[in-house]
Design a protein around this ligand. Sequence first.
Ligand code: 1HE
Length: 268
Amino acid sequence: MTLQIDIARYKNLALEAQDDGVWIVTLNRPSKRNALDIATIEELVDFFSAAPRAGVRAVVLAGSGDHFCAGLDLVEHHDADRSPADFMHVCLRWHEAFNKMEYGGVPIIAALQGAVVGGGLELASAAHVRVMDQSAYFALPEGQRGLFTGGGATIRVTDLVGKARMIDMMLTGRVYQGAEAVDVGLAQYSVEGSSFDRALELARKAAENLPLSNFAICSAVSHMQNMSAMDAAYAEAVVAGVVNTQPDARARLAAFADKSAARVRPNE
Ligand code: 1HE
């Protein structure tokens, strides 16, 4: 079953499908620094729910304008004057979107520039690979705003940087940028030029893998992190049983056996 994604239905996300199955998903409210309002979160839920069944081979997640994402729409939050239960449900929609991303099985490469802050960092950390340019900076200003993270930072940002750095970022508003951001694990690539161009290159490379391999990489690894080591080893064996015997892999294995496939070599 292949779902159709109706691009025209999306207002806060700009969607573009390329011929090789790579989709470009762009947060498209630059005048609001791509702050995440309810409507944007619902569009993320919709797109990333459909993507695994719509033939999407990989995604570049980008933000339009000078900033990737300014996090929670603070003005909407202020104006809505939400009750605790209301905001809990808002957060549960964020989790729905970000879990669909992390566990959906479709590789997502985030292209980062400018502010990657608060909920913007939570969004970026739900991607599988993060590429930053030299303007990108990372922070969790929730503490200073009288707030707390609600979109999974306690889990995903802590996974990236570790507990001590996560708590420091929240307590003191510490900003990471440049090489230090890569050193602490917030991004895997730092580029001099355009983060978008590099992210697209990486997405195209990932899209050349068999979809079932990518599904396992971009779903099973995260699930296994949530398991005991014993259960994870068991699940890994089961997943490998399915993936490593897929019929589509036979041609790739044959090419290795007959020496026509590329060998793994060090970078030049
Ligand atoms: C916004 C938002 C926003 C900008 N919600 N409207 N996030 C933050 O604390 C980050 C808040 N934003 C900023 O610190 C700055 O806006 C930026 C560093 C991102 C960009 O600065 P700048 O000088 O380019 O833009 P600006 O003049 O501050 O804002 C331009 C417009 O974007 C302005 O709207 P306008 O209608 O007056 O033109 C801003 O109001 C709007 N804007 N950021 C709403 N965040 C699930 S819990 C998650 C918890 C959080 O994410 S806490 C939020 C953390």
